[in-house]
Every structure is written in structure tokens, then in C-alpha cells.
Design a protein around this ligand. Structure first.
Ligand code: NDP
Length: 474
């Protein structure tokens, strides 16, 4: 046996992750279903091939590993992971470990962990973020599973991960599906962040007729201030890129139908089943779903072409847009963190939310300057679990919400959709209203279904209005 760790699946992520492991001087045995991919991979690995052990069968892979064996699977989420696990398990010994590093649904991770644990095998569900570049040079790594299994591979994971001021962006979050759930919520927040940036783009493009390059320059400027983040940076770059074939800005030749691999949608689904509503993430998922029905939108544009939107909407200043984006982004994190808390209680994970924010500071897609401060705010303790109530953020939300209000109002008057911004504002306005309007909803429920309500004055529960007898007598 020559290798400390094995890796199955030399696709985009697996290939880069294995090079990263090799570069950190951990010998790694690699296997890919299609063998020719492995040959090409080793041939192009250059000097790093010294730490790569190519294998052509699962038996050969397992035989190449030191014990207890640790094998990373980096294949498409779903059935492919189950197929690989099925092939591996008969070859492994008790105490060996399988690490699923793909974007698994955490329910699958919980199921796999339970099944493998019955066989005496350890299973780690590990979320990896940062795309191709992150996998190669330092991703953010979110681990779930047995803590003692994590300790076995901790040195490797910390070495290959991104670093924030020297601290590795790799951590263990809890048992079974905890790591994959944290990755899922990371992706949900990523959806919201991307959607909000796209909404700013829409307001400037359709509201003010600004060019892609001009908007891209604005994002480039914002990337030097409090909004500094990977997503703002790449948005600026995308908008300023010209298509070689047509000479047009590249965004102008990209069809406006967004793809989704599932993680954003899972965030919304899991949230709803936990009685939560991260409305900014839901809005982002909705926006992608709506984007898919392009033919319908084209028909709608023709059908409602005569519709007059209010003119005279105040122009939106760049300053307002920047502050609105900041405020809405803080609200998206507030909602994401609340979801993590709810899941932690439901699944008994004891998640450390500050660690979540900390591992997201570098390496991953949602990395940003603000995350460092968010991590500090979470460490200091969030009043009522809400980031928007934290002293570090409350004042910023107060200022930012005025800007957000003007942006949402102007967008509405102009007839431009800003679902994530509007969702963020509605959430904030709800969270600063001690008495909302569900008194009427409770009244309605009691009227038609005798569901009962709680009295404001006496606190008595299971109270009923006089309407049941009215109905009986009418
Ligand atoms: P790719 O499509 O690039 O690679 C897929 C790999 O899976 C290939 O090596 C393929 O082997 C292998 N594979 C597929 N089906 C099977 C099977 N039934 N049995 C064995 N091997 C199989 O995927 P990515 O690298 O992009 O993604 C891998 C995982 O990482 C996914 O879960 C993805 O969601 C996640 N991820 C991806 C990110 C990205 O930016 N791309 C970022 C973060 C996570 P073969 O060559 O034989 O087809």
C-alpha cells in the first residue's frame, strides 16, 4: 500500500481535488470509471504524478491504500454515488471510511451513513465549495459524520482547504448529514446572492438603459468596498466580457434561462418542512424556475405590451443600490443561519453557526469581506438568533433598509421584477412589527375550522369566537 487516501471520479471536481491533495504531499490513489480518463489525467499531471497512484479497478484502488482506508467519492450526486458505494463495500474492512464529497442531498447522506455503519464502515458526507478553481487551490470544506473519522483525515482536509489568515476553511459540523446540510444552505445563500446581483443588473439595464460594460464597471468599483466578494467580482468580469464571435457583450448573447442542479431548491424544500421560510432563497429559486418558461414570458411581453407602468419613478442612485444590496444580503444570511439553527435542533446536530460563517470566509463561492464580520457577530451571539439584530449589523440594516425600500418601490413603479429584494424587505418589515396580522388569520381558522386561538389579554389558550353559534342559528 502506497497511498494515504483514495479518490474515485476524475471529473472537474475530483481531478482538481486530487491534484490539490498531491501538491500537499499526500500520496493519493485515483480511479475513474472510464479508464482512459485516468491515463490522460496522469499524463497531464506533470511533476505531481509522483504523488498520484493510478488504478484501473476498485480492487486495485483499495489495495493501494494504507489502513484504515479512506476513499473520497467525487461523482454525480444520486444514483452514481450509491453505485460506487455498492461496488466498494465488499472490498473494504471494518473501520475503513468512505467520504462522499459531491453535492449530496443530506437525507441520502443520513441513509448511507446508517447503512454503512451497520456494516462497520464509516461514512463522511463532505460538502466542497469553490468550483474547479477552489478544488485545485483551496476549497471550503464542510464535514459531517463521526468526529473520530474526521480526525483521521483532518490533516489532509486542513492542508488542501482555503485559509483565512492562516485558519483552515475546513471543519466538522456534526454527525451524519450535517456537513452536506451546511453545504446545501451555503448553496441556497449563493442562489440569493446571485439573484440579488442580477436584480441590480436588471434595474440598471432595463430601468436606465445602461450597457453591460458600464454596469460591470460599477460592480468592479463595488468590489473594492463593503460589497467586496467573489460573486460581485465575477459579475463585474462577466458583464465586461465581449463575445469573440459576435463582438457583443457576452451577457447579451446568453439565453436568460438559468440552470439549477438542485441544492437551492433543496434549501427551500427543507426549510419549508422545518417550518422555516428563507424567503430570499425561495425568491431566487422561483426566479430560476420562472426563467425556464421563456416562451411564456415572450408571449406575456406581447400580450401586456400596452400596459402602462407609472412614470415618474424616482431614479435609483448607485449609492442606494449598493446599500440595498448590502442590506438584502445580510437578510439572506440571517435567513440561512436561522434555517441552520432549526435543522440543528431537528436533527440533533449541535451545529456551531459561527464555524459555518468562518469556513465560508474563503475558498467558497459566497466568500466575501462581510462574512468575516458576520462570523464575529455570530461568535458574539445573535439576539433572538437573528443576524439583523446583532449590534454590528442592526445599524447597517436601518440605513440599508431605507435604500432597499426606495429600490423596491422604484422597481415596482417601473414594472421591473425584484423578487429577492422585495422578499428581503418584507422579511425585515415583518421582523420589526411586534403585532402582525395573523390575528385575523387565526380568527379565520377558528371560524371555519374551530382551530382555537390564544387571548391577548388573559393568555388563555384554545379559545373560540362566538361565530360557531351564529352559524348554527342563521
Ligand atoms: P463531472 O460531470 O465533471 O464528473 C463526473 C464524474 O463522475 C466522472 O468522473 C464520471 O466518470 C463519474 N461518474 C458518473 N457516474 C458514475 C457512475 N455511475 N459510476 C462511477 N463513476 C461515475 O462532475 P463534477 O466534478 O462537476 O461534480 C462532481 C460532484 O461534485 C457532484 O456531486 C457536483 O454536484 C459536486 N460539485 C461540483 C462543483 C462544480 O463546480 N462543478 C462544485 C461543488 C460540488 P466517467 O468519466 O466514467 O463518466
Amino acid at each position: 500500500a502506497q497511498a494515504r487516501i483514495g479518490l474515485i471520479g476524475l471529473g472537474v471536481m475530483g481531478a482538481n481535488l486530487a491534484l490539490n491533495i498531491a501538491e500537499n504531499e499526500f500520496p493519493v490513489a485515483v480511479f475513474n470509471r472510464t479508464g482512459s480518463v485516468t491515463d490522460d489525467y496522469i499524463a497531464s499531471a506533470g511533476d505531481l504524478a509522483r504523488n498520484l497512484v493510478p488504478t484501473k479497478t476498485l480492487e486495485e484502488l483499495v489495495g493501494a491504500l494504507t489502513k484504515p482506508r479512506a476513499i473520497i467519492i467525487m461523482v454525480q450526486a444520486g444514483a452514481a454515488v450509491d453505485a460506487v458505494i455498492k461496488g466498494l463495500t465488499p472490498l473494504l474492512d471494518k473501520g475503513d471510511m468512505i467520504i462522499d464529497a459531491g453535492n449530496a442531498n443530506f437525507h441520502d447522506t443520513r441513509r448511507r451513513e446508517a447503512a454503512l455503519s451497520d456494516l462497520g464502515l464509516n461514512f463522511i458526507g463532505m460538502g466542497v465549495s469553490g468550483g474547479e478553481e477552489g478544488a485545485r487551490n483551496g476549497p471550503s470544506i464542510m464535514v459531517g459524520g463521526d468526529k473520530s473519522s474526521f480526525e483521521v483525515i483532518r490533516d489532509i482536509l486542513e492542508a488542501i482547504s482555503a485559509k483565512h489568515d492562516g485558519a483552515p476553511c475546513a471543519d466538522h459540523f456534526g454527525p451524519d448529514g450535517a456537513g452536506h446540510f451546511v453545504k446545501t444552505v451555503h448553496n441556497g445563500i449563493e442562489y440569493a446572492d446571485m439573484q440579488m446581483i442580477a436584480e441590480v443588473y436588471g434595474l440598471l439595464r432595463d430601468g436606465e438603459g445602461r450597457s453591460a460594460a458600464n454596469i460591470g464597471q460599477l460592480f468592479e468599483t463595488w468590489d473594492k468596498g463593503p460589497l467586496k466578494s467573489y460573486l460581485v467580482e465575477i459579475s463585474g468580469k462577466v458583464l465586461q466580457t465581449v463575445d469573440e464571435k459576435s463582438g457583443q457583450p457576452i451577457v447579451d448573447i446568453i439565453v436568460d434561462k438559468a440552470g439549477q442542479k438542485g441544492t437551492g431548491r433543496w434549501t427551500a424544500i427543507e426549510a419549508l418542512s422545518l417550518g422555516q421560510s428563507p424567503s430570499t432563497i425561495e425568491a431566487a429559486v422561483a426566479a430560476r424556475s420562472w426563467s425556464a418558461v421563456k416562451d411564456t414570458r415572450i408571449a406575456g411581453e406581447a400580450l401586456f405590451a400596452g400596459l402602462k407602468v407609472e412614470t415618474g419613478a424616482a431614479p435609483i442612485s448607485e449609492d442606494d443600490l449598493e446599500k440595498a444590496l448590502l442590506a438584502a444580503k445580510i437578510i439572506a444570511y440571517d435567513q440561512g443561519l436561522n434555517l441552520l439553527s432549526a435543522a440543528s435542533v431537528e436533527y440533533d446536530w449541535d451545529l456551531d453557526l459561527a464555524s459555518c460563517a468562518e469556513v465560508w470566509r474563503e475558498g467558497c463561492i459566497i466568500r466575501s469581506t462581510m462574512l468575516d464580520e458576520m462570523a464575529s457577530a455570530v461568535r458574539e451571539g445573535l439576539p433572538h438568533g437573528n443576524l439583523i439584530f446583532a449590534p454590528r449589523f442592526a445599524q447597517r440594516i436601518v440605513e440599508g433598509s431605507s435604500a432597499l425600500r426606495r429600490v423596491v418601490a422604484s422597481a415596482a413603479l417601473q414594472g421591473l421584477p425584484v423578487p429577492a429584494f422585495a422578499a428581503a424587505l418584507a422579511y425585515f418589515d415583518t421582523m420589526r412589527q411586534g403585532r402582525g396580522t395573523t390575528d385575523l388569520v387565526q380568527g379565520q381558522r377558528d371560524f371555519f375550522g374551530a382551530h382555537g386561538f390564544v387571548r391577548v389579554d388573559t393568555g388563555e389558550t384554545d379559545q373560540h369566537g362566538p361565530w360557531a353559534s351564529d352559524i348554527a342559528h342563521s
